[in-house]
Design a protein around this ligand. Structure first.
Ligand code: WT7
Length: 633
């Protein structure tokens, strides 16, 4: 039986099967993979621990299922197409055979540099094929990778290295991003002043800019692989051995290391990639994400490669050298499936239709959206101007923690409904609950989104702190995984994601914890207290609005605001820099001292209707001052 769903009735049939007997459903899919040793049981689980075991005691190596046991493609098929930041520079084409050799060679090089099975390896690299090779080489030898987006600051990088006691960093000299050249190695050097566990740094030469190499610690990538053979015996991994850790922000201050394991993640990314995008064997698939995020892990690297697909990797940004760059690339490579984020769509929509002129975009069969709710206007623009009204649009809802797509139309199969993630994938059992955890059944209901049954790609733990995993996801509504998102089930039973219901802001499809940004702001020497909220932003979806109480010490507000923005950029990275900072003399607080964020959210979104009762506040007078200060009255 093929695991490819081919019609709506087929979808409903398989969905029913996956709910009636989940173990049998996933076991059938698992049997298509190569296992060094079969499983004892398909699934053992409880959501109290939580303890989740898929394919107990089975042994495998994920990369063996991409290379030696590649079930779909011939070895000369192109695995990775690479488009550089600068369109004048040569592009690259890497076949499955070459990718296999390079992965084996780099795996051997890492072993030579002292990495052992189970060690954590940080990947802090630009969007070059070597970033994917690094991930695959880790999987090959059983090292646990943790990719850190190369836009994060030295402090953020050091925090992640320390949290997982990483042994090695894989990085580059620099990084081309649009017209900018970013000094990546310099950031690593700075970070390593605050860590003690790193013994080796391997540096890929990308920009050729001058860097300092510390003797005994730093090795050039080209030197590390020189003369190293590509034959490598894959490490035998337990189904539940860690594949990777990826840090993501939550409602508490410190980012947490979401841990994914080998077999379940492998199955889930493969299955969802095949079915959501309806990839066919000669297609060229392009996901515009960065490998530093889960989308890059699951849908640039693992899912497509496990399915034997040709995956395009783009180093640059949508607006360089001009706003037609995405469309140039689509025509150049005849891209068939195009997967991007609403923030990119809105930014390109704002550039008007001129950049689209002279582009055919005829090759596109499927367009996709991910990372944040897509507003209807952007949905229609994308569908009409990029999909030309003929391509299905898959609005894919999922999270770092879910490992892969959970709720989405299947391209060409599920009828499209603007701004609706639509229906759950087979094996996924969404539940809508009210604030008390009571399930809201039937259609026309709105509440919090939970999942009641395990799926193979789900989070297993938060690295080094299992309690935190339990508290964050499994305690709010006992017996269920809580997503943190609000959702509506409409009259047809289609799901529409409404956005976060916790203190997490989604900025340009990137998750930011308000507490994390507040902690950074509070590091500014003049800041006494701060509160951060999200507000609607035309391009980014949500912007970051910070209120700060300062001891100005003679500084002007303008100087304080600039200083606060710089502080956040230095501590977390440019993506966390507040869009708006307002200096205030107080923050609205309840009598128990809790900040009333609801009021701040209203002010930030410049909508002060229905402010609710503010008379019970400890300091009601501060509300008027804040409203005035925001320029609303
Ligand atoms: C949060 C997860 C999924 C990979 C990229 C982001 C929001 C994601 C959608 C969508 C509405 C979406 C949710 C979710 N989100 N996709 N199609 N429609 N909201 O991963 O950083 O883990 O963020 O992104 O709020 O909880 P992430």
């Amino acid at each position: 039986m093929s695991d490819r769903i081919d019609s709506l009735s087929d979808y409903f049939k398989r969905y029913e099967e996956s709910i009636a007997d989940p173990e049998q459903f996933w076991e059938k899919i698992a049997k298509q993979f190569h296992w060094q040793k079969p499983w004892d049981t398909v699934l053992d689980w409880d959501f109290e621990g939580p303890n989740i075991t898929w394919f107990k005691n089975a042994k495998l190596n994920l990369t063996e299922n991409i290379f030696e046991k590649q079930r779909f493609a011939d070895e000369n098929k192109i695995a990775i197409l690479w488009e550089p930041n600068d369109p004048q520079e040569d592009s690259r084409k890497i076949s499955y055979k070459e990718l296999f050799e390079r992965t084996g060679q780099f795996a051997n090089a890492m072993l030579e540099q002292g990495v052992e099975k189970g060690d954590r390896v940080i990947i802090y690299m630009p969007m070059v094929p070597e970033a994917a090779i690094a991930m695959l080489a880790c999987a090959r030898i059983g090292a646990v990778h943790s990719v850190v987006f190369a836009g994060f600051s030295a402090t953020a990088l050091a925090d992640r290295i320390n949290d997982c006691s990483a042994k090695m960093v894989l990085t580059s000299d620099g990084n081309f991003r649009g017209a900018k050249k970013i000094p990546v190695k310099e950031v690593v050097d700075e970070a390593l002043k605050h860590t003690t566990t790193i013994s080796k740094v391997i540096v890929y030469q990308r920009t050729g800019q001058a860097v300092t190499m510390e003797a005994g610690r730093d090795v050039w990538w080209h030197d590390a692989i020189a003369g190293v053979p590509s034959e490598n015996t894959p490490e035998s991994m337990d189904a539940e051995d860690l594949l990777f850790i990826l840090y993501t922000s939550g409602s508490t201050g410190k980012p947490k290391g979401v841990a994914h394991t080998t077999a379940g993640y492998m199955l889930y990314t493969y299955y969802t990639f095949r079915n959501v995008f309806q990839y066919e064997s000669d297609d060229v698939y392009w996901c515009t994400a960065d490998v530093g995020w889960i989308t890059g892990h699951s849908y640039i690297v693992y899912g497509p490669l496990l399915a034997g697909a040709t995956t395009l990797m783009f180093e640059g940004v949508p607006t360089y050298p001009d706003a037609g760059r995405f469309w140039d690339i689509i025509d150049k490579y005849k891209v068939n499936q195009f997967y991007t984020a609403p923030t990119a769509i809105r930014a390109l929509q704002a550039c008007g239709l001129e950049p689209l002129e002279g582009h055919s975009l005829d090759s596109i069969k499927v367009i996709g959206s991910v990372g944040e709710p897509i507003n209807e206007e952007a949905w229609h623009w994308y569908h009409h101007h990029i999909g030309k009204g003929r391509c299905p649009l898959v609005d894919t809802w999922w999270q770092t923690e879910t490992g892969g797509i959970m709720i989405s139309p299947l391209a060409g199969i599920t009828p499209n409904k603007p701004a609706h993630a639509s229906l759950p994938l087979p094996g996924i059992q969404p539940v809508i609950v009210d604030a008390e955890g009571v399930e809201l059944k039937g259609n026309n209901v709105e509440g919090n989104l939970c999942i009641r049954f395990p799926w193979p790609g789900m989070i297993r733990t938060t690295y080094g702190d299992h309690e935190r995993c339990k508290n964050t996801y499994f305690s709010t509504y006992p017996g269920m995984y809580f997503t943190g998102d609000g959702v509506k089930r409409d009259h047809d039973g289609y799901l529409r994601i409404l956005g976060r219901v916790d203190d997490v802001i989604n900025v340009s499809g990137h998750r930011m914890g308000t507490a994390e940004v507040e902690n950074a702001i509070n590091e500014h020497p003049n800041v006494i207290e701060s509160a951060v909220v999200g507000y609607p932003h035309d391009i980014k979806g949500q912007g970051i609005y910070a209120f700060a109480i300062c001891d100005s010490k003679g500084l002007t507000d303008a100087a304080l605001i600039a200083g606060i923005k710089d502080t956040v950029r230095d501590i977390i990275g440019p993506i966390a820099k507040p869009d708006q900072v307002q200096i205030v003399s107080g923050l609205p607080k309840t009598r128990s001292g809790k900040i009333m964020r609801r009021i701040l959210r209203k002010v930030a979104s410049k909508d002060i209707s229905n402010m609710g009762d503010t008379s019970t506040l400890l300091n009601p007078e501060v509300v008027d001052e804040i409203i005035k200060g925001a320029g609303i009255q």
